[in-house]
Ligand binder design. Structure first.
Ligand SMILES: [Cu+2]
Length: 185
């Protein structure tokens, strides 16, 4: 491998690594999360909950008409105001809105015309990730972590299979031989 080839593959590998880092964590880029507003006309924010670090920017992109962002709750010291205009002012498909969150805490918002069902939450914490549900540090709500639900189903099925075979063994040992035992006496 000559020097030029080496440089080219090196740059390629770096680019791939950078892309992988950006897509998994998104912490390297300024925009840490994107929320779709009213996806396909549904009255929801998708995802409804995002986790970011202080200084991260969240971007909302409108996928249907007549939605807005009205802030309901936020940490002391923050002055997030949501989309411009009063609560009845709405925005249509294609509109984009960004906000950079500096203060740690939970921010709750809703789309005023479609409240209370169309609501969302931004959580700003040190890790920029959903809190652990106990156990491994990276374990969290599967829907938000992008873990396929099948993986959990397989896990549950495995535990169930073990349990069933244990119960089977138990009953086999306890009752399985009794007819023979009593018959033998
Ligand atoms: Cu809405």
């Amino acid at each position: 491998m000559n020097r030029r080839e080496f440089l080219r593959t090196g740059a390629g590998a770096t680019a791939v690594a950078a892309a992988a880092t950006a897509s998994t964590a998104g912490t390297a880029s300024a925009q840490a999360a994107e929320v779709t507003v009213g996806p396909g006309g549904d009255f929801v924010f998708e995802p409804a909950e995002v986790y970011v670090k202080p200084g991260d920017t969240v971007k909302w992109v409108w996928d249907s008409d007549r939605h807005n962002i009205q802030v309901l709750n936020q940490p002391d010291g923050e002055s997030w105001e949501g989309t411009e205009g009063d609560k009845s002012k709405t925005y249509d498909t294609g509109h984009e809105y960004e906000f950079t969150f500096e203060t740690k805490g939970t921010y709750e918002y809703q789309c005023f015309p479609h409240a209370p069902s169309m609501a969302g939450k931004v959580v700003v914490n040190d890790s920029g990730e959903a809190p652990s549900s106990g156990g491994g540090g990276k374990e969290a709500d599967p829907e938000h972590m992008g873990v396929p639900i099948q993986a959990h189903f397989v896990g549950i099925a495995t535990i169930l299979a073990i349990f069933v075979s244990l119960m089977f063994t138990f009953f086999l040992l306890k009752y399985g031989e009794s007819p023979h035992a009593s018959g033998g006496d």
